[in-house]
Write a protein that binds this ligand. Structure first.
Ligand SMILES: [Zn+2]
Ligand SMILES: [Zn+2]
Length: 255
């Protein structure tokens, strides 16, 4: 079964969705699903607000729904200085899958248009890709690395292409392959136009660096959005030769 490996419910600050509605939608669309609630321990530091949830309550509320088609995960915002704390949480609970995300970088909020407008595009992308490599090296317990295009969505920059930053992408992807961290394909934006060109280039580059697996992610915050843009994604992955996977009890499943 194909799994949608990234979505949020009411345990996340930015979703009101009920687990029951997601389970219903997963049946209807014949997709497996993994809930991945937000934990960004550093968010207040970047001028934001606390983004957190009670993991004990999450397990006591959702564990009873766990099945072959419903698995439980978490989306962790990675940052320097929080590795120990995040690792402890990862080890303390029976998550099926742990997503590592960069919502911040060195004290800056990566969804801040104000911040991104002040940094030159190439300087930013180079620093960002190398920072991603550092964070993955440091947090090697994560299973997938989410939405590489996250800052692009809030910036005036061009979409990322592998061939525009070959050195930076190479070290990032080689590190991921070495540490067995999977590159997520985040499908929040439709796979058309410049986004499709960017994804084709970046995922091809990932393949050239030895990457073989991708997780599919709607990043849905409501049930209607699960599985969004999956058909286009499957087509693209087939063209490149990448395989779709998901995680169960932190192990990669490829069937
Ligand atoms: Zn995210
Ligand atoms: Zn998310």
């Amino acid at each position: 079964m194909i799994f949608d490996t990234h979505m949020h419910t009411e345990f996340s600050f930015d979703s009101n969705e009920k687990i029951e509605r997601l389970l219903e939608a997963s049946e209807k669309k014949n997709l497996g699903i993994i809930t991945t609630e937000h934990k960004d321990l550093n968010y207040e530091e970047v001028g934001g607000f606390p983004i957190d949830f009670n993991v004990d309550e999450y397990f006591s509320a959702y564990e009873k729904h766990r099945s072959d088609r419903y698995l439980m995960g978490i989306e962790m915002g990675l940052d320097q200085r929080y590795t120990g704390e995040l690792k402890k949480i990862a080890d303390s609970y029976e998550f099926d899958m742990i997503i590592g995300s960069l919502h911040t970088m060195k004290g800056f909020n990566l969804s801040s248009r104000k911040y991104l407008r002040t940094v030159e595009e190439r300087t930013f992308y180079k620093e960002y890709l190398l920072y991603a490599k550092d964070m993955i090296e440091e947090n090697s317990f994560i299973n997938s690395f989410a939405h590489f295009d996250y800052p692009t969505r809030y910036s005036p920059y061009k979409e990322l292409k592998y061939e525009d930053y070959p050195e930076e992408f190479k070290v990032l992807f080689q590190t991921m392959v070495q540490q067995d961290v999977t590159l997520e394909m985040n499908l929040k934006r439709p796979l058309t136009g410049d986004v499709l060109d960017s994804f084709r280039s970046v995922y091809k580059g990932y393949y050239e660096c030895g990457g073989r697996f991708v997780t599919l992610a709607s990043d849905a915050h409501s049930a209607e959005d699960i599985g969004r843009n999956f058909e286009e994604a499957q087509q693209l992955l087939d063209d490149i030769g990448l395989k779709i996977c998901y995680y169960k009890r932190r192990k990669r499943i490829t069937d």
